[in-house]
Write a protein that binds this ligand. Structure first.
Ligand SMILES: NC(=O)c1ccc[n+]([C@@H]2O[C@H](COP(=O)([O-])OP(=O)(O)OC[C@H]3O[C@@H](n4cnc5c(N)ncnc54)[C@H](OP(=O)(O)O)[C@@H]3O)[C@@H](O)[C@H]2O)c1
Length: 363
């Protein structure tokens, strides 16, 4: 598993070659503020080969944070990450490995009849309760989540998943009321606390798409204070030795989707604040997804913003926008191409914008 000593050793290999705060605090040590994502791409051997090379290069040249999910590319992304972890010369202790569970995964290829596949593989063996299945593909049934943790440990070939996310938990809000979801989350958090105590996961979190960037009136809104109190209750129920393990959130954030900074929908005793501010005040790590707008921002960034950002290319400036937002720990970029890995890592040689320079972008 990632350790404080190991991740600091990774940082030290790069001396002063990166800009200010390229490496940042992430439990239990530090991680690069650029992470490699593995979501996009077809479930084919050719794309596996691309990800294998990209991951190897990323680890060698300054990225020690890998993000995946059990369902990405029919489990192929997790398995490629596992292969790279088993062949790299870099110690496991230096690398942060994050994955997610919540969507029912296919195995290697997409089945001809996904509904039948889900029934045969998950519902009939009792792995997923039909009542918990939303849109035929998403469940937070605690038994299912635990089975997915086991599957990810196996696919990744690791003893510990450093950061385990519940994947898009707000999907459940399409079928249940918020109070019911918070109750359900507390039960799942108890399981995650137990898996944490057993050493199967380091910390846990929520990887979201809508929940943390929408207004409180939105059907898929989640309140971070409510979630943290449920995590605390879960830790107390299982008699966890320390504070609860919900220490990371993931959300989309980029030049064109800056809601995590601009939407103030998280309640405090005073005025509501943005999710980035609430997470920062709660000492959570924040990881951004879709940092390049799924590739679109590498072509062009709105010119008023572009002028404020540092970087030699549009992709670098877009990466540096996401890495510069106050409260952001790590920005994930999906990368299969070696050229993109090199270009994006070079973004880290520029200093991020300071908080006040970031604010002026929105004035
Ligand atoms: N809800 C969730 O939990 C959630 C949702 C979305 C994403 N994520 C995570 O966040 C990660 C990042 O998001 P994403 O992959 O969806 O989108 P992204 O990082 O915004 O964009 C990835 C796309 O950008 C391209 N790209 C990367 N660097 C480039 C460069 N320098 N120049 C031109 N194009 C470049 C990639 O091409 P190549 O692949 O060809 O290099 C890929 O097509 C995902 O991989 C996943 O791990 C989580």
């Amino acid at each position: 598993m990632a350790t404080a000593d190991g991740t600091w050793r990774y940082r030290e290999r790069f001396g002063e070659s990166f800009g200010r705060t390229y490496f940042r605090r992430f439990p239990p040590g530090v991680c690069s503020s650029l992470g490699i994502g593995t979501y996009l791409g077809e479930p084919t051997a050719a794309v596996d080969d691309q990800y294998r090379s990209a991951l190897q290069s990323a680890l060698n040249y300054g990225i020690n944070h890998i993000d995946t999910a059990v369902n990405y590319r029919c489990q192929r992304s997790e398995r490629v990450v596992g292969e790279v972890l088993s062949t790299t010369d870099i110690d496991r202790e230096q690398l942060v490995v994050s994955t997610k569970g919540g969507f029912v995964p296919f195995d290697t290829t997409r089945p001809d009849d996904p509904g039948r596949y889900v029934r045969k593989q998950f519902v009939e063996p009792g792995l997923v309760d039909t009542d918990s299945l939303v849109r035929g593909s998403h469940s937070l049934d605690p038994n299912f989540i635990e089975a997915m943790i086991d599957q990810s440990l196996d696919n990744l070939g690791v003893e510990t998943i450093d950061c385990y996310y519940l994947h898009n938990p707000e999907t459940q809000l399409l079928a249940v009321e918020a109070d019911e979801l918070y109750d359900q989350l507390e039960v799942v958090f108890e399981r995650l606390e137990r898996r944490r105590a057993a050493g199967d996961i380091g910390v846990y979190g929520l990887a979201t798409w809508q929940a943390f960037r929408v207004e409180a009136s939105h059907q898929q809104y989640l309140s971070l204070p409510d979630i943290l109190s449920r995590a605390q209750a879960a830790a107390e129920t299982v008699g966890a030795a320390e504070t609860h393990g919900l220490q990371v959130i993931q959300l989309p954030f980029n030049v064109e989707m800056a809601d995590a900074f601009t939407v103030t929908a998280q309640p405090t005793t005073d005025e509501p604040v943005s999710i980035l501010e609430y997470a920062h005040d709660s000492e959570l790590s924040v990881v951004t997804s879709a940092s390049l707008g799924q590739g679109g921002l590498a072509e062009a960034i709105p010119s008023a913003v572009d002028a404020e950002l540092s970087g030699d290319t549009a992709a670098q400036r877009a990466v540096n926008f996401a890495r510069s937002a106050p409260g952001v720990t790590c920005s994930l970029v999906g990368m299969k191409s070696l050229e993109h890995v090199a270009e994006n890592i070079a973004a880290g040689t520029f200093d991020p914008l300071g908080a006040s320079a970031f604010d002026t972008i929105f004035e």
